[in-house]
Write a protein that binds this ligand. Structure first.
Ligand code: TRP
Length: 332
């Protein structure tokens, strides 16, 4: 079976948390065995918010270290920084000529940003979906593992690809959202307010860099209630979430024990949380330790990024040569 081309961008802001781990990284780890994967840190995208130069580099190195510790294998995938691939901004420029102000202004993520940062509505923010399209199309990717919040961006990438093909000749296949057969888990915030996400309540988010004591403290504060009043009650989502985490990290016996206690109405959430805190701490510890170790070894990270960039440029430069030729800017 031929390997499909997969591209995904990893945001360089914020620490990775359990939501990222079970929702995205585990999926990447499965895909890296089966497909031709290009995974990159979207550092150019992060410039839309004008990050401080010192923290930018530290963030990029940390994200690389955390993803590798969580299971991404730089020998199996091309793992690189977006800014190391000059062909990406070149394609971005070409695609910008086919992206219209009106459609860009209508994108919900753009409108959110306008609300969040009214003093910094820059053109990079407006053309964020065009840069994302360039990230994907530069490798002629067909599969893009992203969450629901990115589906509209992907639709725009398909539109830009199609417009290019219509105007200049067939070059880009259509990229589509990709979910591997491996089931991803949706992890909720421990305060019961929606998805576990980077920017919101930190006390209700468990990060891959949290130490054991922090994990315990956060789990012990997770939202619960007085417990089920009738046998076999439907779980409220915040209780279900604790069970999702328990199922993912504890032994099947332990998970079954607490499920039975819930169904018999004699569950003690304090006990469940203590157990969950230990299992989660055991689960996260090796990831945290490897990530810390790798982060301190800047030379290794630089080598990994360099090798990743070479692999990515191999593919990117072929596409850009073809794009230039189709457009007519091949003078020599
Ligand atoms: N926009 C994505 C996010 O916010 C990150 C991203 C940038 C991306 N370029 C991409 C994802 C290309 C997939 C493909 O999570």
């Amino acid at each position: 079976m031929s390997r499909a081309i997969v591209v995904s961008g990893i945001r360089s802001t914020g620490n990775l948390h359990l939501g990222n781990y079970f929702g995205a990284i585990q999926n990447y780890v499965v895909m890296q065995e089966e497909q031709e994967c290009y995974f990159f840190v979207a550092d150019y995208h992060s410039l839309t918010t004008h990050p401080d130069p010192k923290s930018l580099k530290a963030n990029v190195f940390r994200v690389v270290a955390e993803n590798i510790a969580a299971g991404l294998d730089p020998d199996k995938v091309a793992l690189y920084a977006q800014s190391d691939i000059p062909e990406i901004p070149e394609l971005y420029l070409m695609l910008n000529m086919m992206a219209y102000k009106g459609e860009l202004e209508k994108v919900p993520t753009f409108k959110d940003k306008v609300r969040q940062q009214p003093d910094n509505v820059n053109a990079g923010l407006l053309t964020y979906p065009v840069l994302m399209a360039a990230d994907i199309l530069i490798h002629k990717a067909v599969k893009v593992p992203v969450g629901k919040d990115q589906e509209q961006h992907l639709e725009m990438a398909r539109n830009f690809a199609q417009r290019f093909n219509t105007r200049y000749g067939e070059l880009f296949p259509e990229p589509h959202v990709y979910r591997s057969n491996h089931e991803t888990l949706k992890i909720l915030s421990l305060d019961g307010n929606g998805k576990m996400s980077k920017s919101e309540n930190e006390a209700a988010t468990i990060y891959l860099c949290d130490d054991d004591a922090t994990i315990r403290k956060k789990i012990m504060k997770a939202k619960t209630d007085a417990g089920p009043q009738e046998p076999n009650s439907v779980m409220p989502d915040y209780i279900q979430n604790l069970f999702v985490l328990l199922n993912a990290t504890a032994t099947p016996e332990i998970a079954a024990h607490y499920l039975a206690a819930y169904n018999n109405c004699n569950i003690r959430y304090g006990d469940l949380k203590k157990q969950l805190a230990e299992d989660l701490a055991n689960f996260i510890r090796p990831i945290r330790e490897q990530a810390t170790e790798l982060q301190q070894d800047e030379q290794s990270i630089r080598r990994i990024l360099k090798t990743g960039a070479e692999k990515a440029r191999d593919s990117a430069s072929k596409t850009i040569v073809e794009a230039r030729k189709l457009i007519g800017i091949n003078y020599y």
